[in-house]
Design a protein around this ligand. Structure first.
Ligand code: GDP
Length: 612
């Protein structure tokens, strides 16, 4: 069926591209969207703009009018029926607009405040865009805040800039250069859009003002040109259905509804549909397909327009029974005549299954929780790239049972006894319970912030563990005796480090030959102090010694003191007395600090000391 659908498509039957707006908070995403939506008031009409569910549809006629200031001779070509812009800016809708792990967003606008440059959520958006290979342009917004900017409402940016003072032009250039530099730091080439000769490789920056409307024509023109020239292939209308759940909402009088974006194909009232649910696949029947009333009738609260059928691209609200457990970000499939319902159920749950497969086989790892399938996927992608193992996933608010699950880690690996809660609320009781048992919950709506919180916590736990383990850890070392002072307790020797590192507290032994000519391991005690030139040190490395070190070895408790010449010889090497347990402690807690030489020496000492 997919092949049939592909064959039937054509360049004359293009659908509208779907556009998302992303960026840091307060950069002007909402304002910019409002500005694009704003219609020519004098004409007293909506200009064909239709408000949909979760999206706004801009017919090409409307866009033409807005771009006219840039296209006085009418040379601009238009091949698309229009543009569908998703209404909720931000990464949530972007990550939910997905199908089989790839993004249904055809093009994105990343909004950057020209006065602030790249901010944390800008970087997060960049990563999401890169992960999904989504083409995007940058709106360099708030140009009206450049000092002394003269406003020319809804003008093209190039024309507006040419009429500014030298000082404004200079400030603009300075901020533009700085932004380009910041993009370069992220590994991206960028330049102001009218200088961009390589659209496929270089990110275009469009200076805009969501207040004055300047640069908005430029932005729309670029969106249209980029989509119709570069992606007409993916915009050819397919009869095959492609539909995603953006939001699950409870509406008074309608119950639980799903807001979907239909990006290909046709949906009909009465269709039998399948979506991914928290407790398994949901199969139900479309009761109604709804869109909002046209603008002028918006006053009639709660009233919707009913549709018998709807063709892509379109944002629609679906009412149907049994939707309460539906997951935002899920694909929506329609059961056709020849379809096996079971197959579709499996297919739709496949997305969740894929995410479940990212759970670490070791059973050790953090628990993660996100609001939707899309945001969970984004978080898991990031954690996998950061090599942070995951032991459990869930969608929705954090409850006591989630804390209970994370609590299993307290025994297994304390540093992972955490819940990373991305964009979801934490139930009060769950929070209290977590505190009681010692499960840490990190909350953030930026993945980076979760990561930072977790890594800081993880580091503190690792340090704590090291501190606890330190007495049981024995670092490998071999010492050559330069001078032995003949006294019983404590032993004081001048020595050189042959290899390894000597630390205060290290147990020392010799492997000597006893009177019967047999190898004997004689424990001497623990290093009580180390001095170089009468200066005490806690740790001394090989090569750090120069003229040698003075080492005091305290006699072990409950043992007869050992004496040089009696229990061991001056020619014997002093060895750190490692054991099976001390090796394990070292490897478990200090793996990152062990050098190759250390490991080699441990092997050698194992042989000498007959450790299996
Ligand atoms: P969002 O969080 O990205 O959706 O940002 P908003 O659209 O809510 O805008 C945040 C603030 O910036 C509001 O106070 C807007 O009035 C202001 N703002 C947005 N765009 C512009 C602009 O182009 N120029 C100026 N001067 N202020 C703007």
């Amino acid at each position: 069926r997919h092949e049939e659908a592909l064959a039937a498509r054509s360049k004359d039957n293009l659908r509208s591209p779907i556009c998302c707006i992303l960026g840091h908070v307060d950069t002007g995403k909402t304002k910019l969207l409002d500005k694009i939506r704003q219609t020519n008031v004098q004409e007293g009409e909506a200009g064909g703009i239709t408000q949909q569910i979760g999206a706004t549809y801009f017919p090409i006629e409307n866009i033409k009018k807005k771009v006219a200031v840039l296209d006085k001779e009418g040379k601009q070509e238009y091949k698309l029926p229009g543009l569908l812009v998703i209404d909720t800016p931000g990464h949530e809708s972007f990550t939910n607009l997905r199908s089989r792990g790839s993004s249904l967003c055809n093009i994105a606008v990343l909004v950057v405040d020209i006065m602030h440059g790249l901010e944390p959520q800008t970087l997060e958006s960049l990563r999401l865009l890169r992960d999904k290979k989504t083409p995007f342009i940058v709106a360099l917004n708030k140009i009206d805040r450049l000092y002394g900017w003269k406003t020319m409402p809804n003008n093209s940016f190039i024309d507006s800039l040419s009429k500014q003072s030298e000082a404004v032009k200079r400030e603009f250039q300075m901020r533009l250069d700085r932004t380009n530099l910041e993009f370069a730091e992220q590994g991206l080439n960028s330049c102001v859009y009218y200088d961009n000769k390589k659209m496929g490789k270089v990110v275009s920056l469009v200076p805009t003002s969501a207040h004055t409307g300047e640069g908005v024509p430029d932005l729309l023109q670029l969106l249209i040109n980029l989509t119709q020239e570069r992606m007409s292939g993916s915009l050819m209308y397919l009869s095959e259905l492609e539909c995603t759940v953006l939001e699950v909402k409870v509406i008074e009088g309608l119950g639980t509804t799903i807001d979907v974006v239909l990006s290909n194909g046709i949906l009909r009232e009465g269709d039998r549909i399948v979506v991914c649910g928290l407790n398994g696949p949901i199969v139900t029947q479309v009761r109604a397909l709804l869109t909002p009333q046209p603008m002028k009738e918006m006053r009639i609260k709660g009233a919707y327009v009913h549709h018998k059928e709807i063709k892509a691209s379109m944002g629609v609200k679906i009412t149907a029974p049994d939707l309460d457990k539906a997951i935002a970000g899920s694909r929506l499939l329609v059961v056709g005549e020849d379809d096996d319902e079971e197959d579709l159920m499996e297919e739709v749950m496949g997305d969740l299954q894929t995410l479940l497969s990212s759970i670490d086989k070791s059973g050790k790892g953090v628990c993660v929780q996100a609001s939707t399938l899309g945001s969970l996927e984004a978080l898991l992608d990031f954690l996998s790239a950061s090599k942070i193992p995951v032991s459990g996933i869930n969608i929705g608010p954090v409850y006591r049972k989630d804390v209970l699950r994370a609590g299993v880690m307290l025994e297994k690996a304390k540093e992972f006894a955490t819940i990373l809660a991305f964009d979801v609320p934490v139930d009060k009781e769950a929070e209290k319970y977590a505190e009681e048992v010692g499960v840490r919950i990190f909350k953030a709506d930026i993945i980076y912030h979760l990561f930072d919180q977790f890594t800081a916590y993880n580091k503190s736990i690792v340090e704590e563990k090291k501190k606890e383990a330190a007495p049981a850890a024995v670092w490998p070392c071999r010492l050559k005796i330069l001078q032995a002072f003949v006294r019983r307790d404590p032993i004081i020797v001048g020595c050189d480090i042959v290899d390894g590192t000597l630390r205060v507290g290290t147990p020392i032994c010799v492997a000597t030959v006893n009177g019967e000519g047999k190898k004997e391991i004689v424990p001497l005690g623990r290093v009580g102090s180390i001095e170089i030139n009468h200066k005490p040190l806690d740790i001394v490395k090989k090569n750090q010694t120069g003229a040698g070190i003075a080492v005091k070895i305290d006699n072990p408790h409950n043992q007869a003191p050992k004496m040089v010449g009696r229990h061991f010889q001056e020619t014997d090497l002093l060895l750190s007395q490692i054991s099976r347990n001390s090796i394990d402690v070292l490897k478990q807690n200090f793996a990152g600090d062990l050098t190759k030489e250390d490991l080699h020496l441990i092997k050698r000492l194992k042989t000498t000391l007959d450790i299996p």
